[in-house]
Structures are given as C-alpha cells and as structure tokens.
Design a protein around this ligand. Sequence first.
Ligand code: F0G
Length: 450
Amino acid sequence: MDEAIMRSLWREAALECLNEACRQRYPLTEKLFACPSCGDLLWIAYEPAGEEPDVARARWRERRLSDDPLDQSGVWRFRECLPPIAPSHIVTLREGNTPIYRARFCAQYAGVRDLLFKHLGLNPTGSFKDYGMTVAVSQARALGARILLCASTGNTSASMAAYAARAGMRAIVLIPGENVAMGKVAQALEYGAVTLQVKGANFDDVLRLVRELSARPDVYLLNSLNPFRIEGQKVIFIELLDQLGWEVPEHLVVPGGNLGNSAALFKAMVELRQLGLIARWPKLTIVQAQGASPLVEAVARGAKCITPVAQPRTRATAIRIGHPVNWKRALRALEATGGFCVAVSEEEIAEAKAAIGRDGIGCEPASAATLAAVKKLREQGKLVPSETIVALLTGHLLKDPEYTLRYHSGQLDDVLTGRPLSGRLANPPISVEPHLDAIARYFYDGRFST
Ligand code: F0G
C-alpha cells in the first residue's frame, strides 16, 4: 500500500502562492493557510511525472473491485492525483462514489433534452465537503495537529466533526448565530464537536475569526482556504469523468458560496489536461443566490475583483456568503472555460428544489440553484437543448427539513421581498379521517400526473 500511494502522476508537489507576482513555494510539511510573504492564498503545485493516461485510468477502474479501504474511498481511489500522504495517516469514511442520475422531470422542467445530476449529497455526512475533508484531515494528522477548526454555514462543520471524531481529534466549529440548517447543527453535535454559535455574526464574520485563530501552533484550519481541501474536491471532477467513460460534458453547473468548489473543479480541469487525461474542458457555470451574488455582480460589471456583499440574504443558507475567499480562481475558471455566472431568485431556487424532489432525487436549497440556473440559461437561449449538462447537487435533502416542510405547507416567503412564494409544486400534508373511503379518494386524484 505504501508503494501504491507513493506512485503518483506527479514528480514533485509544493505549496505555491496564487499571486502571480509572488509565486513563493513552501514544502507541503509546513502548516500554512496563506502565503507568509504576501498573504495571498496558497494551492498545491505539481510537476507531471509523465505516466501514460491509459495506465492511470485502468488502475482506477481495477480498484473498484478491491476490498482495501483506500480503494473503496471515491477519493483515495484516485490518489495518484493527490498530494502524497502516508496511508497510516489517512482518515476515510469511504467518501465519494456518488451516483450520477438522469433526471427526466427536471430536464422537462428546464426545457433541455437531457440533464444529469451528480449527487454529492450522498456522501457519508451528506454533502460534497467529505471529498475535501478526508484529504485535509489526513494532512492534519500527518502534521500532528490536535485541534481542528472551521467556520461554516453548516456542511463544513458537519463533515469536519465526523472526520475529527474518526481521527480522535478535537473539533471546534464556529457557525453563524442564526440561519444554519437544523440537520447540519444536529450532525456537529452528534459527532462530538464543540459547536460555537457566534452571536450576531454571519459566515464572513466567523471566517475572519477562524483565520486569526489558525495562527496558533496546535490548531489546523479546515475551511476551503486550506489547499488540501481543494485537492480532495478536485476528485469530484475526476470521478465524474471516470463515470462518464472520460467523455467531457459540455456544461458543468455548480452552486457558488465561498467558491472553493469552483476553484477545485477548475484546478482538476487544468491538471487533467496537463496530464493528457482530457483534451478539452466543460464550460463551468457558477450559480449564486440573488441576495448573495458578489461574483455575478463582478462579472456583470466586467470588474477584475468582487465587491463584497455586507449583508448577504438567502434561504439557501449554505451559500449565504458575501465575501467569498476563492473569488479570484472562480473568475479565472469562468474566463478560461467560457462558463456562465448566474444569479437565481428565492422563488426559482424553491421551485427547482421541489422539481428535483419529483425526480425522486432531492437536495438541499443551495444545490437546487443549479437547476434554476439551467432553466434560466435555457430560457435566455444560452444553452443548446442537446448539449450534455451535468449539475452538481452539493447537499442532501435531509440537511434542511424545515425549508422543505415550509415550502410544501405554503409557509415559505421570499426573504428578499417578504412576499409568499407561489409554491407551484407544493405538496402539503393532508389531514384525513380514519375511514377507508376518505383515504381511498386520494388514490386517483390526479395531482401527480407528470
Ligand atoms: N452547496 C452546499 C450544500 C454547501 O454547503 C456549500 C458551502 C456550497 C454549495 C458552496 O460551496 O463554498 O465551495 O462555493 N458550504 C460551506 C460550509 C460554506 O460552511 O458548509 P463553495
């Protein structure tokens, strides 16, 4: 196994500053979350080792039959693309391995011929965060860190808490004082994390606090400014291609909050092309909620940098972020791939979420922003109906049951306007008498003809 993890598609790996004018490099063994020289973000830079792409592809396929826990992980199965970490330090919950579903109701809803969802919400803790967390927590263990720390709108904290528990480390999660979905807080508590709800703070405020605290020597930061998180999240794209037989789709659609996922997907695209595993990129489309859309506004203005939104507002609380840290990489991804940057309304998110449910799939509100964007782009004539579109569903339906129940019982309003949502796909529970006839009249009432 040690031999297998060392075999890599890369010859060399180092932390590198993302600032073009700096580009300082540091060894992977340093605990750094920003460049000590200029303060910009770091990522991991590699030199390709020159292995044949077909050999790597075949090895990843073969591992599907293996009983080894690392091969069974949908992240470590692709370990040749990742930074070297000794197997004894790896913390895995068999993350990844998330399915791709063809969604007929949603394709019709959006007006496209075909629509594929890759459901990252079917990870062990119910969100895409597990892809990055397994790598970053393993690195924390390799570095001997004792305290894991994160700021979160909920999913990062749930994921970090689980992996910390598996590794026997202390987890400290900081979440906004309100607007965090119930399922996510419940997870952090159950996995034993110290869960601090910061009064009067939103995600951006909380992230500022943890960035300061991460300078302490025994603390390891798990937000997406941690370059090892980004490495794990790259695998979402690699796994997707492995599942599609290395046929690159025309479009990849992702919700954008702190924009770590967008940065990771683009990094994967660049590296796979560098390694000769793909010849072109999909258009990466990034979707934000209207009330939390600094990237969309920057793109619309043709600006080179974002203007943070001081009070972001959306009921898709996972992406209620006004000052995303990874915006530079996201802008670069849009520019390089020719993807779209789209804002969607609260109404559009709610309807799209219910539509995804009607395909028997379901997701949390932030994830549904993807379908809302596909519909919008189609209506604007920016998507050709016959193109292959893959949308990433980032979180599980059960993360935010309150939102779902309120939608279906007609109690969800638009947080931006205060108006009730139209609830076109609402399916309220029905109170019924305990009589056969009273129940049987609902057998054929036609509400669900599709
Ligand atoms: N979708 C879900 C379900 C999320 O939880 C998040 C982010 C995003 C999309 C946006 O991803 O930040 O990489 O652009 N949640 C973070 C958290 C911020 O703390 O759980 P991003």
